[in-house]
Design a protein around this ligand. Sequence first.
Ligand SMILES: *[C@@H]1O[C@H](CO)[C@@H](O)[C@H](O)[C@H]1NC(C)=O
Ligand SMILES: *[C@@H]1O[C@H](CO)[C@@H](O)[C@H](O)[C@H]1NC(C)=O
Length: 186
Amino acid sequence: MTNRCTLQLTVLLCLTGAALSVNYGKLRFQQRSSNSACQDLLWQLITSPQHCLDDRMDFQIPKQVEQPQQFQKEEAMVVIYEMLQQIHGIFRRNVSNAGWNETIVENLLEELDEQMDRLETALEEIKQEGKFPWESRTVLRLKTYYLGIFQYLKAKFYSRCAWTAVQVEILRNFFFLNGLIGELQD
Ligand SMILES: *[C@@H]1O[C@H](CO)[C@@H](O)[C@H](O)[C@H]1NC(C)=O
Ligand SMILES: *[C@@H]1O[C@H](CO)[C@@H](O)[C@H](O)[C@H]1NC(C)=O
C-alpha cells in the first residue's frame, strides 16, 4: 500500500511538472557564451578581403527577429532553435569553395550542436508543463528566409563570394540570436 502511494505521488509530481523546471538564468548564460563563441569562430573564417559587390544580397530576415522583446520566452526558445538548426544546415553544405579552415567550421558546428542540445532539454521540460507554443508564425517566416539563403548559394554554385555574403548574413543572425537569448528569463 505504502509503495503504491509513493508511486502515485511520483507520477503526480512528474505530471504536474513539479519536479521539473528550467533554470533560465543558467540556460541564458550558457547560450550567451556559446553564441559569442560562434561569433568568434565565424569572424575567424573571414579570409582575405574580397571584391564581391555583385554578390551582395538582402536576404530579408523576418522583422520579428529584430524585436525580441515581443516574444514570450517559450516562443523565443522555438525561434532560437529554428535559427540554430538552419544555420547548422547551412554550414553542413559544400563549403569547399569558400576557402575556409575546416577545423573552424567543425568547431562551429559542434558549438551549434551544444546549443541545440541544451534547448531541446529545456523545450522538453516546458512541453511537459503544457506551455509549448505549438505554432509560431515567426518560425514559418524563418523557414522561408533560410530557404532563400539555400537557393542563393545553389544559384551561385557555392562560390567563394556567395559564401562571403552568407557569412556576413549569419554574423547578423548571431547578433539577433543574442537579443533573443536575453528573453530567456524566469
Ligand atoms: C563540393 O564542391 C567542389 C567544388 O565545386 C566539388 O569538387 C566537390 O565534388 C563538391 N563536393 C560535394 C560533396 O558535393
Ligand atoms: C585551422 O584552424 C586551427 C584552429 O584555429 C589551426 O590550429 C590550424 O592551424 C588551422 N589550419 C590551417 C590550414 O590554417
